[in-house]
Design a protein around this ligand. Structure first.
Ligand code: GLA
Length: 387
């Protein structure tokens, strides 16, 4: 497979960090694989199961300099776990950092790039999330060098890895992510389960709120595309204010906006909640096939904002079947009436059909204008095509 056929659409999967943090372990990964199948999530396209930080022994490597998977957390070892996950039709991801230590203080891969890549390849790992804690924050040349060196190490193994850069956007990874072999690159700090940013005293920085991610997605929209995607961070859908990435929690409508924006922006979709306890509302957000199809559309064009009307915004995204996906977002705290004009969408005043993708109904025929009522923090997601 050539590098561009990998991640030809935004990667989808599940990641341990948002809910489980330090408490990642083998039974959880096996159960998650089982539930991805039984819940129907796998059929919707969720494919990568990613073990985030905290999987190794914390304070040392072995006598040969190899990372050691913590035998208490992973008693059967990583190779057996990868075999299990592969047997269910998934790919397995792992995590490291481009410095001496990971964010949670486990050994990082700086200076061990080839050795670590070889080890992961021997286990059958298919995906690496490569973080940037303890590395120089404002030196782009160093960031490029460190990610290049891991990208090369992964390629040298001859084994196919999806390479996920987690530099948080400080040094513009959207400009060089592809060049270092990356298939996705984070464009912000960690997104919290919150509409607005939250001050994190322990980190001395902000946890990002979904409302802020909306602007970030627009800033970088032109850099994503087949083979390399702007990563808005793992999903917080279903966290409900709990887990490692806690927060104030969001309402159903806010989670729906979060999902709408990530899909419109062609962000990777990495579930962050405990899917063993999947409730109906969360499932409806993660498994709406028409919405997921917007994210996975083969043209791979990230949406952009085309109009602002007070607190409301209209975003569009051209789709492969000739239709246009349209998001009408109300970022304000009052319900608003919005008039969407065909012209705003780059369309002529000819007959059109608008299908509401969340409500799963054909909402209106229109030519020049479509009137919509949008609730506070709501996103109405439409697919507009000639009728
Ligand atoms: C950073 C990353 C997160 C997560 C943690 C793990 O904060 O941005 O996504 O990987 O580290 O420690």
């Amino acid at each position: 497979m050539s590098p561009t056929s990998l991640a030809s659409t935004p990667p989808m999967g599940w990641n341990s960090w948002n809910t489980f943090g330090h408490h990642v372990e083998e039974a959880l990964i096996r159960q998650t694989a089982d539930v991805l199948v039984s819940s129907g999530l796998k059929d919707c396209g969720y494919e990568y199961i990613v073990i985030d930080d905290c999987w190794s022994i914390k304070d040392r490597r072995d006598g040969n300099g190899n990372l050691i998977a913590d035998p208490e957390k992973f008693p059967s070892g990583m190779k057996a776990l990868a075999d299990y996950v592969h047997g269910k039709g998934f790919k397995l991801g792992i995590y490291s950092d481009a410095a001496e230590k990971t964010c949670a203080g486990y050994p990082g891969s700086l200076g061990f790039e080839e050795q670590d890549a070889q080890l992961w390849a021997s286990w059958g790992i298919n995906f690496l999330k490569y973080d940037y804690c303890h590395a120089p924050l404002f030196d782009q040349a160093v960031a490029i060098e460190r990610y290049t060196s891991m990208g090369e190490a992964l390629r040298k193994t001859g084994h196919e890895f999806l390479f996920s850069l987690c530099e948080w956007g400080n040094q513009s990874p959207h400009l060089w992510g592809r060049k270092v072999g990356g298939h996705m690159w984070r464009v912000s700090g960690d997104v919290f389960d919150s509409w607005i940013n939250i001050w994190m005293k322990d980190w001395n920085s902000y946890g990002i709120g979904v409302d802020v991610s909306i602007d970030i997605a627009n800033d970088v929209h032109e850099y994503g595309g087949p083979g390399g995607w702007n990563d808005l961070d793992m999903l917080v859908v279903g966290l409900k204010g709990k887990g490692q990435i806690a927060g104030t929690g969001m309402s159903f409508v806010e989670y729906q906006t979060h999902m709408s924006v990530w899909c419109m922006a062609c962000s990777p979709l990495m579930i962050g909640c405990d899917i063993r306890k999947l409730d109906r509302d969360t499932a409806s957000l993660l498994m709406n096939r028409a919405v997921l199809a917007v994210n996975q559309d083969s043209l791979g064009i990230p949406a952009r904002r085309v109009k602002q009307i007070g607190p409301c915004e209209i975003w569009t995204k051209r789709l492969a079947d000739g239709s246009t996906a349209v998001a009408v977002i109300n970022r304000g705290s009052r319900g608003e009436d919005v008039t969407v004009k065909a012209r705003d969408l780059g369309l002529l005043d000819t007959p059109k059909l608008a299908r509401n993708l969340w409500a799963q109904e054909d909402s209106a025929d229109f030519k020049a204008e479509l009137g919509l009522r949008v609730q506070p923090h709501e996103t109405i997601l439409l697919k507009v095509f000639p009728s």
